[in-house]
Design a binder for this molecule. Structure first.
Ligand SMILES: Cc1cc2nc3c(=O)[nH]c(=O)nc-3n(C[C@H](O)[C@H](O)[C@H](O)COP(=O)(O)OP(=O)(O)OC[C@H]3O[C@@H](n4cnc5c(N)ncnc54)[C@H](O)[C@@H]3O)c2cc1C
Length: 82
């Protein structure tokens, strides 16, 4: 069975970004978002097609500040994770 393909990005990918982040897990996605919010030109490469199945059930309270800084806390609350 073939892996699902990731749709083409809707905006052109810069060929000379300030930062190249490899891996779009929590660490890579957070780093890339913070850098982009700070005005850096960031390209994030993720090998897996998203959305993907991922096991996880606990959201440590310490992460709430980070989610708020990233601007996604309301969305996390909306989907009932917290
Ligand atoms: C079964 C399980 C359950 C868990 N449950 C919880 C939980 O409930 N709560 C919690 O807080 N934590 C949980 N964790 C821990 C949590 O998943 C990790 O702490 C977190 O995913 C680490 O984030 P990361 O970004 O460092 O790495 P990852 O999440 O591993 O992300 C790395 C990313 O890099 C990508 N990648 C790898 N190589 C390449 C490449 N060559 N090119 C492009 N992309 C690449 C991968 O596809 C992946 O998306 C769980 C872990 C496991 C295994």
């Amino acid at each position: 069975m073939n892996a699902p393909s990731t749709p083409a990005p809707s905006t052109p990918i810069p060929s000379t970004p300030d930062v190249l982040v490899i891996g779009g897990g929590p660490a890579g996605a957070t780093a890339a978002t913070c850098l982009a919010m700070a005005g850096r030109d960031v390209v994030l490469l993720e090998k897996a097609a998203h959305p993907r199945f991922h096991i996880g059930e606990s959201l440590l309270p310490r992460n709430l500040d980070i989610l708020e800084r990233l601007g996604v806390l309301d969305e996390v609350r909306r989907i009932g994770v917290h």
